[in-house]
Design a protein around this ligand. Structure first.
Ligand code: MN
Length: 410
């Protein structure tokens, strides 16, 4: 039996305002072909299907079209999808009953761990895989908040709640094994495992403000033969453990990720042993980070615009000479297949007193990001999951939708 583990698609993501529909179309075509050629029986998507809680129409269409083709043409018997921190649990859950008729099992909102644990059956009806489909767990799923929680206390409770959730799921796995024999078991998770690697600019949004929000790998009991994780965008195993892995995002989420290879995880099962193999994701859109003083920028941009390939570039001027007309001089080269998505002057950044690594350009942020930042500034003492903040977010989304400013209206 073969299982394909992927996560963090972030459908609907745009790079500095540039829509990525074509890249996503090519990625999903490739994924479908990979499911077919690798004879994957089960596809596991470990969260962050969409980039935002309110995905635009093209992103939604891409998702449903993929699921339809996957089950009708891909030969995939089961699909397991859980919500990540970017997804709206309610949005993913809404069509769950309809999708379950196609063997597509969706968990948006966290449920009782016993209910999240599924027994998947093979073509002859015999049990072949247990899946504890655990989505991103929000603070309110993990513990009851009380006033005056300090961040350390919150962290401690969060980890305790997480442990309890997976321990209960594991108990359910043992119960199912008593009944059905030694069936292999897999758990999903969308979380930040302690010791995990991230890259600057890779789009991993902090899960919790004021705390590390990191989860030790020992929250996953040994009853699970494999743990399919999402949230971190670099593919990696956790603490050197082969059985606990992040597949990473299939597309680079920023220019700092361009040198890294992207993958999906292919697992083949023999008994309860999962053998892992990486399948590299092709580059669907070439991204280039061009850095240097003006003459070297111009040389490189000239090369790129004549290379006959579609290239999206970020340009960073690092020269000591100020170039007041930098944008004009750089944009001259945006011909042929070269598109310049972002121009930065590292000199002027240095000169700004509070331009730390946390400082982002307004143009890099979506409307939801800007609102989120203002919200956190306005309520520094409230937890990110506070019901009052959730209510304000919902009101904002409604207003933004009415104004046509969120998702992909184009
Ligand atoms: Mn993500």
């Amino acid at each position: 039996m073969n299982i394909l583990h992927t996560s963090d698609w972030h459908l609907g993501h745009s790079l500095f305002g540039r829509r990525r529909h074509e890249e996503y179309r090519r990625f999903l075509d490739w994924l479908l072909e990979t499911v077919r050629s690798e004879r994957a029986d089960v596809l596991v998507m470990a969260g962050d299907v969409f980039d935002s809680a309110l995905p635009g129409n093209p992103a939604q269409a891409a998702y449903y079209d993929f699921l339809r083709r996957l089950t009708s043409e891909g030969g995939c018997r089961h699909v397991v999808i859980v919500a990540g921190n970017h997804d709206s649990p309610a949005f993913l859950d809404a069509p769950a009953a309809l999708l379950s008729a196609m063997n597509i099992h969706v968990t948006g909102r966290a449920r009782e761990p016993e209910e999240e644990t599924l027994l998947l059956r093979g073509p002859d009806g015999s049990p072949e895989l247990i899946v504890s489909a655990v989505p991103f767990l929000r603070d309110r799923d993990l513990y009851r908040a009380c006033d005056g929680d300090d961040p350390e206390e919150r962290d401690r409770r969060m980890v305790e709640g997480m442990k309890e959730h997976y321990a209960r799921a594991a108990r359910q796995v043992r119960r199912l094994r008593e009944e059905h024999g030694d069936v292999p078991a897999l758990a999903t998770g969308h979380l930040f495992a302690a010791g995990g690697l991230t890259a600057p600019d890779d789009g991993v949004r902090d899960l919790r403000i004021g705390s590390l929000g990191q989860v030790p790998a020992d929250v996953f009991p040994d009853d699970f033969d494999y743990v399919a994780l999402g949230h971190l965008h670099l593919p990696q195993k956790v603490n050197g453990r082969e059985r606990i892995r992040y597949s990473g995002s299939p597309l680079p989420m920023g220019f700092n990720e361009t040198a890294r290879r992207k993958e999906v995880c292919l697992l083949s099962l023999e008994g309860r042993r999962f053998a892992y193999r990486r399948v590299e994701v092709p580059v669907f859109q070439r991204l280039e980070k061009v850095e240097g003083d003006l003459p070297s920028l111009e040389r490189r941009l000239e090369e790129l615009s004549g290379c006959g390939e579609s290239v999206w570039a970020e340009v960073i001027h690092t020269g000591t000479e100020p170039v007041p007309d930098l944008r004009e001089r750089v944009e001259k080269y945006a011909t042929g297949g070269l598109e310049i998505l972002r121009i930065r002057n590292s000199r002027s950044l240095e000169g700004t007193p509070d331009a730390g690594p946390e400082e982002a350009d307004l143009e890099d942020l979506g409307v939801e990001d800007v609102f989120e930042r203002r919200l956190r500034e306005a309520f520094p003492d409230k937890s990110a999951e506070d019901p009052e903040l959730e209510e304000l977010r919902a009101a904002f989304r409604e207003a933004a939708t009415a104004a046509g400013r969120t998702g992909e209206e184009n």
